[in-house]
Design a protein around this ligand. Structure first.
Ligand code: XMP
Length: 514
């Protein structure tokens, strides 16, 4: 079968930057996927990549459990680019030598290009790059030449232009490397000679065709959450199967003010979706009664959601498919180098829907990153109101109330949330930050209001900037906006007499408080 588009394969050795490489390549309109380092060679061949990028990683090639790939991969006859650990493993497998450096190099370094290279076409002879390594290459493999250096690193890049194998000790994918995008584009377009043919509009028509064929006139159901992902997945499927798609929106009572109503209105009037609203607020509150532990809350909400959804789905006869808004970051197998990564939070709604129903999955967004989903959503006519919504967690306000959740606390938090959202919008920040929301901390502190002592709970404001929610910075917003939020919350929300601002980033904190 003829390949339809150019494809790059990124092999992941556990670097925190692997996904960034993928996003950079997609931004250059080249399709790419990430496979873990231990993927079988046959699977790699089946993907038919036009070129391979070997990512960085935390290991040292000589470590006992270092992630290694088969040397045969270099016999595929396609271009290779090794980045950091990816360069070291290239050197190691092809007969070079790697050793711990005297000084670990971390942060900015000045790169000097010492040999002309296709990889550096159009780059300044001397520029800043981002380094993060403990090992260095002490012997380059036969047939390779060194093309650049930094003060602490004699082999900052090497290449075998004949075999089209390249290595960079620094990270071209991070913003701190001045000529990083140029280098990646040189690799893609001058060395691998791929085409920038990853077009989201082609994706839409192709996907609609694919879903139509897959569904073959059968019925599908979809759980809508009001967020971007499930909405785009549903609308794409709706374009393919029309009235055969039935959507379900479960109001768990943990939503923001007027959310269920306004979202339903949009779905019905603007998006023409066949949707049923299930009001299960009472059930959720009953199950959450007396529960304070975050993970317990998350589990209860997740399980109950599935139970209700299953019950609703069973009422619809002859359903064969379940539509889910799974994104590419949820699909990438995380590489575990040196020990298993621990579960920080059990996210609900990531591929966790009913197994009992025995439905086949339609996951139209499986190959996409969030920013791509937003573009597609816009192109298929989903209004900004939904496309530009800040992410809202599946467990809703329950994980923004520390400790036990009850109706009174939910009402307090809803009022504060409406104020924060209004003020953040007014200040023009709603689309600029990743998320902005209040958290209710039912710990009482003393205040004074109108000459009288008050003893009430406090609200923490959380406003963060982030590219993908994986890491985040607290937003350095204007004191005046904080002041307005604070004074409005205190005067308009009964039960609150203090407002604080959360100034921690992720890591070490997480975005949501629970
Ligand atoms: P944390 O709190 O882990 O959040 O730093 C990262 C991003 O994920 C969102 N979040 C969730 N989204 N289901 C979701 O769909 C969940 O259970 C969930 N928990 C957190 C959070 O709002 C942030 O954007």
């Amino acid at each position: 079968m003829k390949k339809s588009r150019s494809k790059i394969l990124i092999i992941d050795f556990g670097s925190q930057y692997t996904r960034l490489i993928a996003r950079k390549i997609r931004e250059s309109r080249v399709y790419c996927e990430i496979y873990p380092f231990n993927s079988p060679l046959d699977k790699i061949k089946d993907f038919e990549p036009d070129a391979v990028i070997l990512s960085g990683g935390p290991a040292s090639v000589y470590d006992k459990d270092a992630p290694i790939i088969s040397k045969e991969i270099f016999e595929l006859g396609i271009p290779f680019l090794g980045i950091c650990y990816g360069m070291q493993i290239t050197a190691y497998l092809l007969g070079g030598g790697v050793k711990p450096a005297k000084n670990r190099e971390y942060g900015h370094s000045n790169l000097e290009i010492i040999k002309k290279s296709k990889l550096f076409n159009g780059c300044e002879k001397s520029s800043l790059v981002w380094m993060s390594h403990g090992d260095i290459i002490v012997k380059i493999p036969h047939g390779f030449i060194v093309t650049s250096q930094t003060e602490n690193c004699d082999t900052a890049s090497f290449e075998n232009p004949e075999k089209k194998i390249y290595g960079l000790q620094f990270h071209p994918e991070v913003i701190h490397t001045a000529c990083g995008t140029k280098i990646l584009n040189n690799f893609l377009f001058n060395i691998a000679k791929v085409k920038g043919d990853w077009e989201l509009d082609d994706f839409i028509s192709g996907k609609v065709r694919e879903i139509k064929e897959l569904a073959d006139g059968k019925r599908a159901i979809c759980a809508l959450s009001g967020g971007v992902d499930s909405t785009v997945a549903a609308v794409l499927t709706n374009l393919a199967v029309k009235e055969k798609l039935k959507c379900i929106f479960v109001n768990n009572g943990l939503l923001r003010e007027t959310e269920a109503k306004s979202v339903m209105k949009y779905y019905r009037e603007n998006l023409n979706l066949n949707i049923k609203l299930v009001n299960a607020s009472g059930l959720f509150l009953k199950e959450l009664k007396g529960v304070a532990a975050p993970e317990r809350k998350r589990k209860i909400i997740g399980k109950l959601f599935i139970k209700i959804f299953e019950k609703e789905a069973e009422k619809i006869k002859g359903v064969n498919f379940l539509v889910q808004g799974t994104l590419y970051p949820d699909v990438i197998e995380s590489v575990k180098v040196f020990g298993a990564s621990s579960i920080i939070k059990s996210h609900h709604n990531v591929g966790g829907l009913p197994k009992k129903l025995n439905l086949k999955l339609i996951e139209p967004l499986r190959e996409l990153f969030k920013d791509e989903v937003r573009i597609i959503g816009k192109n298929i006519g989903i209004p900004d109101e939904i496309i530009k919504r800040q992410p809202f967690p599946g467990p809703g306000l329950a994980i923004r109330i520390i400790g036990e959740v009850d109706k009174r606390r939910l009402d307090v938090l809803r009022k504060a949330d409406a104020i924060v959202t209004e003020e953040i919008r007014k200040a023009g920040l709603y689309d600029k930050v990743w998320q902005s929301f209040p958290v209710l901390i039912p710990v009482k502190t003393v205040g004074v209001m109108g000459d009288k002592r008050s003893y009430e709970s406090l609200i923490a404001l959380r406003v963060v900037t982030s590219a993908d929610g994986m890491t985040a910075d607290f937003a350095k917003i204007d004191y005046d906006i904080l002041r307005i939020c604070s004074s409005r919350i205190i005067s308009e929300v009964k039960g609150i007499n203090r407002v604080v601002y959360d100034i921690t980033s992720k890591p070490p904190s997480t975005i949501e408080w629970e």
